[in-house]
Write a protein that binds this ligand. Structure first.
Ligand code: DQA
Length: 149
């Protein structure tokens, strides 16, 4: 059975209450609950990890090596500057889809650049919580076909 790991970076624990005009009103628990339902329907294992600590996130990515088939990654602000996260994802070599709840290109210019996009299989932004579902569906499709895209 394939395993998908969903990674959420800093401040995403506040999802649902912080800046709902950008991020919507669904809590991270609710988003994860929905993904768990979809995973059950699809017959895949799903795991979740959220951290506000860069080192903890990097440790989790290292643990995923050899244990996880695909990842869905919302790295929050780390997306825009964390070379350490970039290196960890690159070293892990696990295909991943980059997700952002908000449309990062319609916001401050510092959000327009993602260090992670060049090494992601693909990305979804501006679709709110539904972006996670879209990413999950895409991950399942790629896993079933045993292809990266
Ligand atoms: C975010 C966008 C980032 O720029 C921001 O720092 C976040 C959330 C999003 O989901 O839209 O924390 O990744």
């Amino acid at each position: 059975m394939a395993t998908i790991l969903v990674l959420d970076g800093p401040n995403l624990n506040l999802q649902g209450s912080r800046e709902p005009e950008y991020y919507g009103e669904q809590s991270l628990d609710l988003i994860h609950h929905r993904l768990s339902e979809l995973a059950q329907q699809q017959g895949v294992n799903i795991q979740f990890f959220q951290s506000n600590h860069e080192g903890a996130m990097i440790d989790r990515i290292h643990q995923a090596i050899g244990n996880v088939d695909y990842m869905i990654v919302n790295a929050g602000a780390w997306t825009h500057y964390s070379l350490a996260l970039y290196d960890a994802l690159k070293a892990a070599g696990i295909p991943f889809i980059e997700v952002h709840l908000s449309n990062i290109y319609a916001r401050e210019t510092f959000r327009h650049h993602s260090l992670l996009s060049p090494i992601a299989a693909g990305g979804i932004f501006g679709m709110g919580a539904y972006g996670y579902e879209l990413a999950f569906q895409a991950a399942c499709r790629f896993l079933n076909r045993n292809i990266e895209r």
